[in-house]
Design a protein around this ligand. Sequence first.
Ligand SMILES: Nc1ncnc2c1ncn2[C@@H]1O[C@H](COP(=O)(O)OP(=O)(O)O)[C@@H](O)[C@H]1O
Ligand SMILES: O=C(O)[C@H](O)[C@@H](O)[C@H](O)[C@H](O)COP(=O)(O)O
Length: 177
Amino acid sequence: MSQPITALVIMGVAGCGKSSVSQALCQRSGATAIEGDTFHPAANIAKMSAGIPLDDEDRAGWLDSLCEELRRTLAAGQRPVLTCSALKRKYRERLRAATPGLGFIFLELTPAVAADRVAHRPGHFMPSTLIDSQFATLESPVGEPLTLALDASTLSVQRLAELANQWWLEHGLEPSR
Ligand SMILES: Nc1ncnc2c1ncn2[C@@H]1O[C@H](COP(=O)(O)OP(=O)(O)O)[C@@H](O)[C@H]1O
Ligand SMILES: O=C(O)[C@H](O)[C@@H](O)[C@H](O)[C@H](O)COP(=O)(O)O
C-alpha cells in the first residue's frame, strides 16, 4: 500500500456532484463532511451570485479557512471529506501542504452536463454562466499523487461514493463499525 490517505477532497467544477457524493460517501464511511461552500466570505458569494468568477486573491482566504478546518477535524480524531472545487494545481498544493496524506477524488464531467445540472439546481448561488470560466480555470489533477478520477457524467452518486470509498479503503481507511 502507498501512503495512507488521512483525508479526502472531492473536487471538480460547479455541478460535478461534490456535495452529493460527499454526503453519500460520509454516510458509507463514517467520515466527516466539510462543505467548502460554507467557508466562503460573503464577498465571494456576492461575486459569484453576480456571475463574476473568483480570482486567486478571492480564493486565498477561503483556502486558508479550508486548511484550518481540515487540521481541526483531523486533530479531533475524525476523517474529513472536504468539498472544494480545487481547480488549480497551486490550490491543491496548498491543501496538501496543510494535510499530509490528502487524497483527491476528481469528479470529471462534460461542460454540457455541468451546465445542465447547475441550471436545474434549486436555491444555489452559482449561476450556470460561470461554467465556462470554471472549465477554463480547471487544471486536471490526473497524474498527481493520491488522485482518483471518476466519470461523473455517467455514474450515479451512489456508485461514485462506492468507488471513492473502495479506493479509500485500499489506501488505509479503517472500515466503519
Ligand atoms: N452523478 C450524478 N448523477 C446525476 N445527478 C447528479 C450527480 N451528481 C450530482 N447530481 C445533481 O447535480 C446537481 C449538482 O450537484 P452538487 O452535488 O450540488 O454539485 P457540486 O457540489 O459539485 O456543485 C444536484 O442537483 C445533484 O442532485
Ligand atoms: O457547488 C458549486 O457550485 C461549487 O462548489 C461552487 O459553489 C464553488 O464554491 C465555487 O466553484 C468556488 O469557487 P471556484 O470554483 O471559482 O474556486
